[in-house]
Write a protein that binds this ligand. Structure first.
Ligand SMILES: Nc1ncnc2c1ncn2[C@@H]1O[C@H](COS(=O)(=O)NC(=O)c2csc(-c3nc4ccc(O)cc4s3)n2)[C@@H](O)[C@H]1O
Length: 542
């Protein structure tokens, strides 16, 4: 029986929680905000999309899906850098109980192969930039029926443009379209990649109920970053990642004006805040460090900025305080979240700033910190594994019951693999990571994925990858390698071997170190803590 005294509960009710599907809530929001001229602006091109255009495009795209015979639980993937049309297929899919599976556009063909094998999309929406890569990958999968290009007006060879696909398969009478009623708790809305506490990337099944809780938080002035329609928020968070995906959907729900960057570009970032009079920005810790230290910041008028949301990786208390002081803010709204729990599960709320804390538990969720030996829940100010329960917890990993059961226990508790504690006021502090996951600038770097690639190299007998601390990036992936007897390979050859197979965040920026044996426990588990300590003593030649 759970010791109730050490289980924390967020607010049990939230006036803004709606029982309808995420698709219906998004549809209603696009209708409600259809008078607002700017839903999203591309900071690179100044192009924009209105709420009315989002409404028409998503309804006609849903009608097109229906005309072409796509149906409930069919998966569509979106593989693109942030762009104005990124969310059109995702929202249209949610109207119909289809499933949106965003993919990192920087994935190599090998990474895409793994991710596509999980979600098995019938349709892929991609940008012109990744079209050739997607066409090559498509050849290996019979389940992919079509590729549609998001950011061109004309077809390219056999791939239709989004606008032509809609024109050919729908008509002007989109006003008769309505989203379907669905079982919100069971119906999967999106599948997002995450490696979780161990192993290779998996597909996190996020349901309509999961998103509904997020939308309730977004609407609530105590939790949401901004809640007044038309308020301007800026993001460069990749839309394929839970942080960027779920916060931007929340922006549409509230009617915000989202200024979108494809990637962080210092001058464009600062100029956009100034020129669009941005009120709120969402950042990861390396950008908080930039805001704290860069001389560039003094060249721009950032006086419109009233709020900074920061998360996805640890933020040093001193950095947060430096940003607040330099930008004359009330505080920095740090949050702690994981893809497996949809978005932030602890979040600094307005006026409850505590430097170094990731904030109190969000409404509609429960939390406990457990002793990693006994599993018993712990009281305040004692470090243990963070666990969460409630309607933000994912349905599970797609097609992977074993990994799901290893992450969500029989009582519905999500075991995060993170170490932390809460203080007497219920503020949470993340202090370390039990799990092997490495975070490079907020991006996931699953050691198991790199270790599997290293072991395929004929010159390598054994290998382990750990994260080593870095002030700017948070952690850098570093490899320990045992050479095959009689084989030669250099550090740079190992670095290049990995860099040629995976996307940039996974490159071995922490270096390569050759050792005689990988330290392992009696059960064969890599002793990663030992390796992290060894990495500090053994400098890499790279
Ligand atoms: N604040 C934090 N401090 C320390 N570590 C943090 C962290 N947030 C995530 N992490 C680490 O990333 C892991 C999860 O990685 S992940 O799966 O890629 N997902 C994420 O990192 C993730 C998904 S949603 C999300 C956030 N949403 C927010 C909304 C508003 C806001 O102000 C702040 C945040 S953070 N983060 C966690 O298990 C943890 O190890």
């Amino acid at each position: 029986m759970e010791e109730e005294k050490y289980v924390l509960h967020g607010a049990k009710t939230l006036g803004s929680l709606q029982k309808s599907t995420a698709g219906k809530q998004l549809y209603d929001a696009l209708v409600r905000h259809s008078h607002l001229p700017e839903a999203m602006i591309d900071a690179h091109t100044q192009e924009k999309i209105s709420y009315k255009a989002l409404l028409e495009t998503t309804c006609r795209l849903a009608q097109s899906f229906q005309k072409c015979g796509y149906k409930q639980n069919d998966v569509i993937s979106i593989c693109s850098e942030n762009n104005l049309n990124f969310f059109c297929p995702a929202i249209a899919a949610m109207y119909l109980g289809m499933i949106a599976a965003p993919l990192n556009e920087n994935y190599t063909k090998g990474e895409l192969h793994n991710a596509l094998n999980i979600s098995k999309p019938k349709l892929i929406f991609c940008s012109k930039k990744v079209l050739s890569k997607m066409l090559e990958v498509k050849q290996n999968f019979t389940f992919i029926k079509k590729i549609i290009i998001l950011d061109v007006l004309q077809d390219i060879d056999d791939s239709e443009s989004l606008s032509n696909f809609i024109l050919r398969n729908s008509n002007e009478s989109y006003k008769n379209f309505r989203p379907l009623d669905l079982d919100c708790k069971e119906q999967v809305a999106a599948v997002l990649c995450s490696s979780g506490t161990t192993g290779l990337p998996k597909g996190v099944m996020t349901t309509h109920t999961n998103l509904s809780v997020r939308f309730a938080h977004a609407r609530d002035s105590q939790i949401g970053h901004q809640t007044i329609p038309g308020t301007t928020i800026l993001t460069f968070m990749p839309f394929f990642h839970g942080f960027g995906f779920c916060t931007t959907l929340g922006n549409f729900i509230v009617g915000l004006r989202t200024i979108m960057l494809r990637r962080f570009e210092p001058e464009l970032f600062l100029k956009s805040i100034q020129d669009y009079e941005v009120r709120c920005i969402l950042v990861v810790p390396p950008i908080a460090l930039f805001l704290a230290k860069s001389p560039l910041v003094d060249k721009y008028d950032l006086s419109s900025l009233k709020e900074i949301g920061c998360g996805a990786a640890p933020l040093g208390k001193e950095v947060g305080e430096a940003v607040v002081k330099r930008l004359n803010l009330d505080g920095l709204r740090q949050g702690y979240g994981l893809t497996e729990a949809t978005l932030a599960v602890t979040l600094i709320t307005a006026n409850r700033f505590k430097p170094g804390s990731s904030g109190p538990l969000v409404p509609l969720m429960s939390a406990k910190v457990i002793d990693i030996e006994t599993g018993k829940s712990l009281g305040p100010d004692v470090v243990g594994e963070l666990c969460f329960k409630g309607d933000m917890v994912m349905k599970g990993y797609m097609g992977n019951i074993k990994a799901t059961r290893e992450t969500i226990d029989e009582n519905g508790w999500l075991h995060t693999g993170d170490l932390g504690y809460y203080d007497k006021e219920g503020h949470f502090y993340i202090v370390d990571r039990l799990k092997e996951l490495i975070k490079y600038k907020g991006f996931q770097v699953p050691p198991a994925e790199l270790e599997a690639l290293l072991l395929k190299n004929p010159c390598i007998k054994d290998a382990a990858v750990v994260g080593i601390p870095d002030e700017s990036a948070g952690e850098l992936p570093a490899a320990f390698v045992v050479k095959q007897p009689g084989k030669q390979i250099t550090e740079i050859e190992v670095f290049d071997y990995i860099a040629g197979q995976v996307s940039s965040p996974k490159h071995l920026r922490g270096g390569v170190r050759f050792i005689d044996e990988i330290p392992k426990s009696a059960t064969g588990k890599i002793m990663r803590k030992v390796l992290r300590e060894l990495a500090q003593k053994m400098k890499s030649k790279l």
